[in-house]
Write a protein that binds this ligand. Structure first.
Ligand code: LAC
Length: 309
């Protein structure tokens, strides 16, 4: 296959699941990179052996050497510690910053032309750190969170209404944290806003469950956090880039005045295509929505400051 996607943290649950989804999409060969010697190699071999059964033609390999990044079109960064019950995403800050900084340095050296999708938490800050460390143009570095948070909102709406998950579209903006901003107005079923289909109390409950979506799963798993949906979200972003789909979806990107904020990464609607972040889509937010987004921005800024970036 002509294209190459590398997953740093490919030995972990999010990374390995992402490798699986990308391989099955048949859009690129996949390299799983992880410092745990043997794990990425073993998981890659296992995954490769599912190819004849699942019927996909893509090579999947594993490596513990970052030089394997060479020639990557897209690098997905999932490496880092997951949350444990009771932890916020911000609690992971210091430990994961070291991991992401190192990964970004390796990407800069071995894959200087790649697009970078950051999944490691706290996501918005880690995406900012990766952008700073690589020195890549802003269209080539982004954080995956909006697709995941919107997918959670879509799921809860579909379950509440008993309709197809595919007919529900949603928009969740802001940082990937407790202050994320679900936008019911822009959440639709077959083009109809949920404000016409659900009561304010139902919408409130669904929005809350969305913002708490990651923690709900951490509380159940106890030893880690969600991985299928985060991995599928990252894979969808990889596909949008490699197939130049120009999809409109929320992602954490660098703001330079858009939405009244600057010098931070936070989730806003973008067009994602062959050039990466092709543009940021402006929305006319209500005073309440705007205030919620700024509050989320303040939370991200505070975490960036804690890292001394
Ligand atoms: C979640 C973690 C991965 O939202 O941030 O599940």
């Amino acid at each position: 296959m002509a294209k190459k996607v590398s997953v740093i943290g490919g030995g972990g649950n999010v990374g390995a699941s992402c490798a699986l989804y990308v391989a099955e999409m048949e859009i690129a060969d996949v390299v799983m990179i992880d410092i745990l010697e043997g794990v990425p190699q073993g998981k890659a071999l296992d995954l490769q052996q599912s190819a004849p059964i699942q019927g996909f033609d893509a090579y999947v390999t594993g490596s513990s050497d970052f030089a394997a990044l060479e020639g990557s079109d897209v690098v997905v960064v999932t490496a880092g510690f997951p949350r444990k019950p009771g932890m916020s995403r911000e609690d992971l800050l210091k430990a994961n910053a070291d991991i992401v900084r190192n990964a970004a340095e390796k990407i800069r050296t071995h894959a200087p032309n790649a697009f970078v999708i950051v999944v490691t938490n706290p996501l918005d800050v880690m995406a900012y750190l990766a952008w700073k460390t690589t020195g890549f143009p802003k269209n080539r570095v982004m954080g995956m969170a909006g697709v995941l948070d919107s997918a959670r909102l879509r799921t809860f709406v579909a379950l509440e209404l008993g309709v197809s998950m595919q007919d529900v579209h949603a928009m969740v903006l802001g940082g990937h944290g407790d202050s994320m901003v679900p936008l019911p107005r822009y959440t639709t079923v077959g083009g109809i806003s949920i404000t016409e289909l659900l009561s304010p109390a139902q919408i409130e409950a669904i929005s809350k469950r969305t913002a708490n979506g990651g923690a709900e799963i951490v509380a159940l798993l106890k030893t880690g956090s969600a991985f299928y949906a985060p991995a599928a979200s990252a894979a969808q972003m990889v596909q949008a880039i490699l197939k130049d789909q120009r999809r409109l979806l929320p992602a954490a990107v660098l703001l330079e005045g858009e939405y009244g904020m600057r010098d931070l990464f936070i989730g806003v609607p973008i067009i994602l295509g062959g050039q990466g972040v092709e543009r940021i889509v402006p929305l006319q937010l209500s005073a309440e929505e705007d205030a919620a987004l700024r509050k989320s921005g303040d939370a991200v800024k505070k975490t960036i400051a804690e890292l001394g970036l």
